[in-house]
Ligand binder design. Structure first.
Ligand code: FES
Length: 162
């Protein structure tokens, strides 16, 4: 479930206060915020830093180190391209370049129409059929540039809620 992230930080404060006493609290806190809100809003970083007695730069550093964290709202459809070795050997590097150009965004970005966000992932457990792409919860194998465009086109025309 994704909560509505209004201008107040009460959801985030509650998450931090619940988890801050755990050892290595930052990662569980970031995961929980992303689970509940869908991303880690930049304006929450100062609050996280203050409550954990760290600097905002340290929090930023951790967020940018882990590819699964994002600081912008994800699109309606979440596209993930596998960058792990087996998929790389089957052409995922070329595919990710094509995907970025086709969607006109970089990794961790969201298209202007908010339809798609693009992220990398490291192994989807389907190595024999790379390059692999996951869109929302569906896995697609042997994704060529053309197949990627077809998939995007299909999701673009999908009516919301179906
Ligand atoms: S390396 Fe891509 S699915 Fe395993």
């Amino acid at each position: 479930m994704q909560l509505d992230f209004s201008s107040d930080l009460s959801n985030v404060v509650k998450i931090i206060d619940t988890l801050k006493h755990k050892k290595g609290a930052l990662l569980p806190i970031l995961h929980q915020i992303q689970r509940e809100i869908g991303y880690i809003p930049l304006k929450t970083i100062d609050t996280i830093a203050k409550k954990l007695q760290q600097t905002p730069a340290e929090i930023h550093g951790v967020i940018s180190f882990y590819h699964q964290f994002r600081t912008s709202q994800p699109g309606e459809h979440k596209i993930q391209i596998c960058r792990a070795e087996a998929c790389q050997s089957r052409g995922s590097r070329e595919l990710e370049q094509h995907a970025k150009e086709h969607l006109d965004i970089e990794y961790r970005g969201t298209t202007a129409d908010k339809k798609f966000s693009l992220d990398s992932v490291y192994c989807l457990g389907n190595c024999a059929t790379g390059p692999n792409v996951r869109i929302n919860d569906e896995l697609y194998g042997r994704v060529s540039n053309e197949k990627f465009e077809r998939l995007v086109s299909t999701f673009k025309t999908q009516v919301k809620g179906r």
